[in-house]
Ligand binder design. Structure first.
Ligand code: NAI
Ligand code: PYR
Length: 318
């Protein structure tokens, strides 16, 4: 008789993002086991109790407040620990605070004998995904940053509203830094199978380029707008992380804009940055190089330059 392997996800940092992610996982029945780790052990115990009490309304999931030794048998460790932006702060402003805690966290995970896949969501996510890859010594395929998956979701949602269309019919990507220098790939954005300009000409002739530019500004600045109103963003990223977890555990080979290590793709090297990639059971299976216009390519390179500068303190540490 064959026995199915039990899947285990460890969440490190059960603040607003981590606990919303944990809630998404149990609601979508994505993993058999879920371990919660946080500096604040009492809160983690409370979260485990609270989530466990929801199990009778959902699917059987074993949940507990654990420790780093539980990472040994984990398929995925998701890091959502660390400071979040305060109003007016950029993601890159968090680098000093969060890079210092990452070395400790990643080392503790690896000391357990962990041999799975890291997902990193803490900001600045591209820089910290790179740090996790360096500190862990794991192959790049198995260290994935959430990248621009959230920005791409925001882009598709706002375009869906603008065109009064089901968001599932909107296809387009935000790439680059998960932050102020990200960019939309308008040249490859499609509504159904139509290029966006053509669709607009036919079905929204009153629409303008300025409308589209405004949509992108609202995507890029969404975190600032939400943080100003409620102090943090956590539901949408939690659902995006759940989506990423699902494509890994179920080997769905989904194309998602994650932060991954580039080795010559898009003419860039030795940095983590958001680009479309196929993700499955072994992590990043393929980086997809979409055709960019000259202007889009320049903007991506500018974004990469900003990230490389932000990463300099990590190299001093080597
Ligand atoms: N990648 C993305 O698209 C997004 C990323 N974020 C980022 O996620 C991170 C977390 O945000 P929130 O959950 O709102 O913050 P939060 O302050 O609610 O939670 C952070 C948690 O990390 C814990 N923590 C701190 N140091 C730790 C350590 N060394 N070990 C274990 N736990 C530790 C804290 O005790 C706290 O519970 C931030 O960096 C934020 O900017 C937030 C939204 C979207
Ligand atoms: C906080 C953050 O990174 C976001 O909501 O995009």
């Amino acid at each position: 008789m064959s026995t199915l392997k039990t899947s285990r996800v460890v969440v490190i940092g059960t603040g607003q993002v981590g606990s919303s992610y944990a809630f998404s996982l149990i609601n979508q029945n994505i993993t058999d086991e879920m371990v919660l780790i946080d500096l604040n052990e009492e809160k983690t115990e409370g979260d485990a109790m609270d989530l466990n009490h929801g199990i009778p309304f959902g699917a059987p999931t074993k949940i507990w407040a654990g420790s780093y030794s539980d990472c040994k048998d984990a398929d995925i460790v998701v890091i959502t620990a660390g400071a979040n932006q305060q109003p007016g702060e950029t993601r890159l402003d968090l680098i000093e605070k969060n890079a210092s805690i990452f070395k400790k966290i990643v080392t503790s995970v690896m000391d357990s004998g962990f041999d799975g896949i890291f997902i990193v969501a803490t900001n600045p996510v591209d820089v910290l995904a790179y740090a996790t890859w360096k500190y862990s010594g794991l192959p790049m395929e198995r260290v994935i940053g959430s990248g621009t998956l959230l920005d791409t979701a925001r882009f598709r949602f706002l375009l869906g509203q603008y065109f009064e269309l089901d968001v599932r019919n909107i296809h387009g990507y935000i790439i680059g830094e998960h932050g102020d220098t990200e960019l939309p790939v308008w040249s490859q954005t499609r509504i159904g199978s139509e290029r966006i300009e053509r669709y607009m000409e036919r079905y929204k002739p009153e629409g303008t380029k300025e409308d589209l530019d405004e949509i992108f500004v609202n995507v890029r600045d969404a975190a600032y707008q939400i943080i100003e109103r409620k102090g943090a963003t956590h539901y949408a990223i939690a659902m995006g992380l759940a989506r990423l977890t699902k494509t890994i555990l179920r080997n769905e080979h989904s194309l998602i804009t994650v932060s991954t290590l580039l080795n010559g793709e898009y003419g860039l090297n030795d940095l983590y940055i958001g680009v479309p990639a196929v993700v499955g059971r072994n992590g990043v299976e393929r980086i997809v190089e979409i055709d960019l216009t000259e202007e889009e390519s320049q903007k991506l390179h500018h974004s990469a330059d900003v990230l490389k500068k932000a990463m300099e303190p990590l190299h001093e540490d080597e």
